[in-house]
Design a protein around this ligand. Sequence first.
Ligand SMILES: C[S@@+](CC[C@H](N)C(=O)[O-])C[C@H]1O[C@@H](n2cnc3c(N)ncnc32)[C@H](O)[C@@H]1O
Length: 583
Amino acid sequence: MNYAGIGPITSSYKPTKQSAKRHYGSHPYFTKRAWNVVQEYIKHFTQPGDVVLDPFGGSGVTAVESLVLRRKAIYCDISEWACFLARQTAIAPISLTALDSALARVTEKAREYICGLYSLSDSRISTMRHRYWFPRNVRLPANADVQLVEELFTKRMLLGLSALLHTIRQEDDEVVRNLMLVAFSATLAKVNKTFLSAQNRKESRGGSSIFSIYRYKVAGCPVELNVWEQFELRMRRLRAAKAETNELIGDFFREPDTAQFIKGSATRLSGFVAPESVDYIYTDPPYGGHIAYLDLSCMWNAWLGFSVSDEDRRDEVIVGGEDKKTEHAYADLLQASLREMSKVLRPERWLSLVFAHWDPTYWRLIVETCREAGLDYVNMVAQPVGTVWSMHKKKNPLRVISGEWVLNFRKVGCVHVRKLRRKASLETIVREEAESCIVRNAGASTEMLYTALLPRLLEAGLLGGGNQKPWDLRTLLEQLFVFVPSHQRWHLRPNVTPNPRLPIEIRVRYCVASLLYGRRRSRRMTLSDIQGIVCDRLGDGVAVPQEMLRSCMREFAHSCDDVHWDVPANGTQLDLLVGSSVS
Ligand SMILES: C[S@@+](CC[C@H](N)C(=O)[O-])C[C@H]1O[C@@H](n2cnc3c(N)ncnc32)[C@H](O)[C@@H]1O
């Protein structure tokens, strides 16, 4: 492969998360990457036999997809639990018959007892003795609703889970036992008091606050899902996942030759990965404060016996958490990991770093650190993340960023900075780029604006840091534009005319969208009214054909009769009467 001839990836891929059994349905994890997007990157930057590293490996999507594509995988994560889950997801080939037999044995020994617990009254349960081990006196993070791991469970849950774990641990075959422990671990995610049942759906549909708000929040009305039923379901899903990896990975999984799963810190990579031995790195480090991975894995660590050392805590790349790490500490650790990545990467090879952050300083920090370490920033691609589930984002559309970006770097060892076409100030770049993005897209989401602005600002060296005064992109956007809540998009200020250099269709389309979603619209309007307002806004005396207006109207509003138009706005329907007399 001619590595020097590889160009960057310049456009996004549509994520299809759900379609791979090996990643979905068998075990949840925080911020799982879309497997098909990761595959596209691996295929683009490497060839079969190459070594692919993910130093912040999480649930192991990069490692597993590397193996599927016959690349050698090196996985690293500071969490022993994550490392265990990732390795179990990748391991192949697995005897499904052995797995079935083990499930039959566990069923024989534990099912009746566990299912029986659900026909007993609460008062009967309260008198029962605990027969098996469960974690006691293990402290949860300080922001949890309860203090100890055991308080996350009802007594019935504890009786069922401890019996199940005891029975699984009796299995002799380590491979099969470990897979069953994955199913147990997935059962824990559902059977605990943080599980919130979705309204008007089956009781078992819903999720745990650990994965939605990244905190041990006890549900107002906790449900007691049947431990055995949940375990059986997880085992079925796991079996399907292993049938898939048997077929896709098969005997290519050979430790340590083609697969290495290392519990370690990305900030110390060169301690366990040889210098200049890696052909490609695809990774997404923690983005900052929301997810304290080690704190959040506390419940699983307690049940499964994984430990977290003080050194792990010191090395974890996060803001906040139990140790209340500062943004400074986060930045230092992120920088340390980038330097290590550069050390282990071969010359001319690529690093793709998935990142999202409000604060522009971090973007500059990443690019500068990489540059100093011999990794040349090449480009940045906005990558849609599919459906946005985060309540945090829904409540704070301006403060929380839901998209993510893939920054591509190449190890060249020399500095290459693309020059700006002309020197421009921060405000000029923000104004011009954002204005064009808003008009071209008939209103732009915050993510769209970041995508348009960040590469320009990076290349211009204007992303804060160094001697520059820190600045806030959101504040600047608020000064220059308006956020229209009913459209959830940024628009030009009402007195601003769209740039006449943009094609007329684009400007008309923008003016129609901004009229329909803005406050100037009255409930009754004729097409001539709209024509007048749009022409006013364009301000260049250009006549706007009514057919052009109509086709824009059809894009943003629905009508059955060309007279009454419904504009979907913020969940409500508004009637807009376009009098037929003027058509
Ligand atoms: C955003 S997640 C990665 C998710 C992963 N890409 C996936 O698809 O599942 C970040 C991961 O970084 C890990 N992490 C945090 N600090 C680390 C460090 N110093 N070294 C290695 N891993 C670390 C966390 O445990 C977490 O699993």
